[in-house]
Design a protein around this ligand. Structure first.
Ligand code: SF4
Ligand code: SF4
Length: 395
């Protein structure tokens, strides 16, 4: 078992002095930064709390408990603490939390839901435990081509492939790319899990297997360019796969659509009337610095009035779905859940559409709209389906 002296960050983790800037970035009333702290309002669920607990655990000052594991795995890997912490060690905060989760994985002391999440991916290649044979069901009746050397591989990911609501946006994006004349193909039932959330959970061994399998498959097929539905897959392929000799040109789909629209290759002139606000996905924004593509798309649609959320770009509150939490949902079940806080914030802008660009955010926020009983006031829509509508494409 690893001791503090063997921990890669053993000499830096003490630098957090729990000043609290990462949980109260404006003043003490502003709790909407760390989604886990916003949900539980306990120091232990904040970034500083996690770092101090980890240090105490690795120093044998406290024992592992199921509650401690809940605290660690409720971190959504949103990076909002890194963005707000004023100290230079902030670049390693997420690495420290993920390494601590990884040590729990190594010791086999993880919450049952995290175990189930990882076992489902190991056995079935997706977190739901649905048979792999069903991975291509979202394609039924679409007429999309399998990948055979086209310009782009359209990588859909687990949520877009299996989740009923997310399948709609996978199909909407396929239809939009088709309409724009983009040369692309899909993997369907042959597609594997990208592993981003496995990596954030700290299961490094499983992540390596998934990454190496995907890289080998992409290389065998001659893939050079990839467009992803999910920012999570975008993050893994862009930032992690190169560590395993997987060097591909990868775009999140909003980046490709923004180019197609600005080059005049996608006709969105049909437009529609709506007041639209936008929720920045953590793995597009803070993890990869992409804040503008989605906004430029929305602002280009005739009839759309764009309104910013109060917490936007680098300060956007996570929906609560990162780090595997869209599945384990350790932050759910309360009006203080980050998804419900975010939906209330969106409603307060006066928008009637909350736009997202991630299948995980879509599910988290749509459920929150129902919990808040705001279905007749605001709907959650992915940019893929907003653009499809602006093109006159009907489902
Ligand atoms: S992580 Fe940084 S901002 Fe947060 S409590 Fe520690 S030192 Fe303060
Ligand atoms: S990454 Fe997000 S959830 Fe995790 S400690 Fe930092 S702010 Fe909180």
């Amino acid at each position: 078992m690893m001791a503090l002296a063997d921990f890669e960050y053993g000499d830096t983790i003490h630098r957090c002095f729990r000043c609290g800037y990462c949980k109260f970035p404006v003043d003490w009333t502003d709790v909407n930064n760390c989604p886990a702290y916003a949900r539980y309002r306990m120091e232990t669920y904040s970034c500083g709390g996690r770092l101090w607990l980890t240090r105490a655990w690795l120093s044998d000052e406290i024992d592992w408990t199921a509650h401690f594991a809940h605290i660690m795995f409720s971190c959504t890997a949103c990076k909002n603490c890194e963005a707000k912490c004023p100290l230079s060690f902030n670049v390693d905060i997420l690495n420290m939390i993920t390494a601590a989760k990884g040590e729990m994985v190594e010791r086999g002391t993880i919450p049952p839901l995290v175990k189930e999440f990882l076992e489902n991916i190991q056995r079935h290649g997706n977190p739901y435990g649905t048979p792999k044979a069903k991975r291509g069901d979202w394609l039924d009746g679409m007429g999309l081509k399998p990948y055979q050397g086209q310009d782009y591989l359209y990588y859909v990911g687990c949520i877009g492939s299996y989740d009923t609501r997310a399948q709609e946006i996978a199909r909407a994006l396929g239809a939009v790319l088709d309409r724009a004349g983009v040369s692309f193909g899909v993997l369907g039932v042959e597609e594997g899990c990208d592993g981003n959330d496995v990596n954030m959970i700290g299961e490094q061994g499983l992540f390596e297997v998934l990454a190496e399998d995907n890289i080998a498959q992409f290389k065998d097929l001659g893939v050079h360019r990839i467009v992803t539905l999910s920012p999570h897959a975008y993050n893994a392929i862009k930032n992690e796969y190169p560590c395993y000799e997987g060097d591909f040109e990868v775009l999140h789909y909003t980046q490709l659509l923004q180019c197609l629209i600005s080059d005049g290759d996608l006709d969105i002139s049909k437009g529609f009337e709506a007041r639209v606000t936008f929720h920045d996905p953590c793995f597009l924004g803070r993890w990869n610095g992409e804040y503008e593509a989605s906004r430029e798309i929305l602002q280009a649609i005739p009839g759309v009035t764009f309104i910013e959320l109060e917490k936007n770009r680098e300060s956007a509150l996570c929906c609560g779905g990162g780090g595997g939490n869209f599945y384990i949902d350790f932050l759910g079940g309360s009006p203080d859940s980050p998804s419900r806080r975010r939906v209330r914030e969106a409603h307060e802008t006066g928008a009637n559409i909350l736009a997202v660009a991630c299948p995980s955010c879509l599910n988290m926020l749509e459920d929150a709209v129902k919990s808040e009983e705001l279905e007749d006031k605001i709907s959650v829509q992915d940019i893929s389906e907003i653009v499809a509508k602006a093109c006159g494409i009907t489902a």
